[in-house]
Design a protein around this ligand. Sequence first.
Ligand SMILES: [Zn+2]
Length: 264
Amino acid sequence: MRKRIKIVQQLLQKKGLYDGNIDGIAGPITMRALAGIDGINSSLPKTRQITTYIQIAANERNIDVGPIDGLWGPKTSAAFNELTYQLKYGTPQPPWRPDEIVIANPHQWPVQRTAEFNSFFGERGSQLILIDLPYEMKLSWDLRTKTRRTRCHARVADSLQRVLQKVKEIYGEDNISSLHLDHFGGCYDDRPIRNGSLPSMHSWGIALDFDPTRNELNWGRDRAALAHPDYYDWWNCWEEEGWISLGRKRNFDWMHVQAARLPE
Ligand SMILES: [Zn+2]
């Protein structure tokens, strides 16, 4: 409830109707400000007035909220979620349902574990080269160890450098550090997939892991740090180059990104 009242206070403040604290308490100043809104019935219980105003505000922003009745159902809850996002980031929330995320494929990355894949990338561990990273990374399992290089497959090297260069331009070194975009979990590693026996995409040097401690393998978007809206630009940088995030596409292994498509 406190969170809802805070949003209401912020909205009222934006309209110039409220100059109290954003404290999440529906006191007399908040309720008086609410009474100045068209469509609010001051004789209804506080909770219902708060909900009504959330619905009105969502409706004003063309967020689908259903009937404006002051009742908190799933539609209002989803609209509140979107409203909160828009207040914080100033733009509508980008789609996150995997089917709605369309990823270009400018370099024709092949579908993993296909004949086409094998001819594109060759044998595991072949065509590896050492590349410079545009910004310094630290090893996620030993943060004191810094690195500016990694080994990867020659066919993904240019694209990988472009992605990270763009990340550096968009976020800057300070945000890269505070968002743990420099917590490097490794690239080339000839090993099977976790909890499985097939060789991992890391075995070809075409996959990278980032910030594994805050993006554990079996965590979904409700827990994984990299699913947070702060990282939308990050994923955009990868997806423009056709790289696939298992988190974005499968909602697990949010640390992992690869230059291979998934079977549809
Ligand atoms: Zn990985």
